[in-house]
Design a protein around this ligand. Structure first.
Ligand SMILES: NC(=O)c1ccc[n+]([C@@H]2O[C@H](COP(=O)([O-])OP(=O)(O)OC[C@H]3O[C@@H](n4cnc5c(N)ncnc54)[C@H](O)[C@@H]3O)[C@@H](O)[C@H]2O)c1
Ligand SMILES: [Zn+2]
Length: 397
């Protein structure tokens, strides 16, 4: 007996219904000259009696974190601590899973919070974890590094490294609050401080001539000193840099409106430099090398005068930022252009600084030739090995 379908298929039955998706929200980033132990009332208010998990590295835990948790507990806030080794090589899904496992153990629910107290690695892991736990719980960031305070901790992105690719898995997930406390920088290592200085220089070069002048006016190493001592000048520099960064990010927070981003200055070659070094070269150092390289390319392209190019190189070297490493070679440069084109939806948009303080975008990888890379890298190599004194390039391309 043959079985007939009760209802014959109807190929002409085709319908569609559009689903509008929108989530309009905002978050506050604030800076305070106070110590973290003097911000308890503020944090307790933000927690609003909801359970919270503070995630931090062992270093930050012993310097600030365990004390903060103990004080919050005394204030009656239901907080727990999770100490996590947060290094570039442990910025993985496994670290995110650890945070999620702890959240599950503590039975955190939808209204609970994660608090990321740490550098960019820690807040990146916390942001990804917060976006996943119960499909999204709130998180507060208290960035403890300079990079965190002017960049990694203040936007809406979180990411982990995957299969050898930097920040390959991640999310756009806004924080509930961000609290910048410059006094936390007093214990930061010189190297990590310099990493953040590279990002401040980036913001100054792409959009803020006043900030650039302020940075140039500081004698050698004075910037590190100001930042270490929680001076009001340091707080102003951090705030100016952080708000400049936010002004750049805000119109395109989800990076879906524009693939041209001035804040990508210093971030085309740097990811490959970091990865090629097995992450022994820090993010800020790689950004400094990238800015040095692109400044020379900008001069080759007729966008930057030799004098302005040298001002940029001098600012970097005066602040003891590296401009060259053996990893930086022509092959890496070429590969970086391909990787950036893939990352930026098929458009290269290499950001080059220009004389008047703005930026210019190079759209075709063919506009930068291998001889240009070779000359620029060779020059940076001599500069990287020499003192901060600049030599004329004198090469014809
Ligand atoms: N999400 C974003 O938008 C974004 C933006 C820029 C960078 N990042 C990421 O940020 C990471 C770099 O972050 P980072 O430069 O802050 O480094 P980091 O997070 O690796 O922290 C550096 C080290 O400093 C220690 N430390 C932190 N604060 C300290 C303090 N106050 N005193 C003493 N020691 C302290 C930490 O224990 C850690 O070992 C990279 O992974 C990068 O990809 C993310
Ligand atoms: Zn950066």
């Amino acid at each position: 007996m043959s079985s007939k379908p009760i209802c014959a298929p109807n190929p002409s039955f085709n319908r569609a219904r559009e689903v509008r998706v929108s989530q309009d929200r905002s978050y506050e980033v604030q800076i305070s000259g106070a110590k973290i132990s003097d911000c308890l009332d503020t944090i307790v208010q933000w927690l609003d009696d909801k359970p919270a998990l503070v995630v931090m590295t062992p270093t930050v835990a012993s310097l600030y974190g365990m004390d903060l948790v103990a004080r919050l507990e005394k204030h009656g806030a239901p907080v727990s601590a999770q100490i996590l080794p947060c290094t570039e090589s442990s910025k993985t899904l496994a670290a995110v899973e650890l945070v999620c496992a702890r959240a599950a153990e503590l039975k955190l629910e939808r209204r609970s919070l994660l608090i990321g107290l740490g550098g960019g690695v820690c807040t990146d892991i916390v942001t990804v974890a917060a976006s996943l736990i119960r499909r999204g719980i709130r998180h507060i960031r208290i960035p403890t590094t300079l990079i965190g305070q002017v960049d990694a901790g203040i936007g809406i992105k979180g990411a982990v490294n995957f299969n050898g690719r930097k920040s390959y898995l991640g999310c756009f997930y806004p924080p509930h609050r961000v609290l910048i406390l410059p006094h936390l920088l007093s214990t930061l290592s010189t190297d990590h401080l310099q990493d953040g200085i590279a990002e401040i220089i980036k913001i100054a070069l792409v959009r803020d001539a006043v900030l650039l002048a302020q940075l140039e006016a500081l004698p050698s190493h004075m910037l590190s000193y100001e930042l270490r001592t929680n001076s009001s000048k340091a707080a102003e520099l951090i705030w100016r840099s952080a708000t400049g960064m936010l002004d750049e990010l805000e119109p395109n927070l989800y990076e879906d409106k524009q693939s041209k981003r001035a804040v990508d200055f210093g971030h085309t070659f740097s990811p490959l430099i970091e990865a090629a070094s097995g992450y022994s070269i820090s993010h800020g150092s790689a950004v400094a090398m990238d800015m040095a390289l692109t400044s020379i390319l900008a001069e080759y392209c007729g966008l930057l005068s030799v004098a302005k190019r040298d001002r940029i190189l001098t600012l970097l070297t005066t602040n003891r930022l590296p401009v060259w490493a053996p990893e930086l070679d022509v092959n890496l440069c070429r590969e970086a252009l391909h990787a950036a084109t893939l990352h930026r939806c098929g458009e290269l948009n290499l950001v080059l600084p220009v004389n008047d303080g703005g930026v210019h975008y190079i759209s075709s990888a063919g506009d930068i030739t291998d001889p240009m890379f070779a000359h620029a890298v060779a020059y940076l190599k001599t500069l990287g090995r020499a003192s901060t004194r600049l030599k004329p390039i004198g090469t014809e391309l």
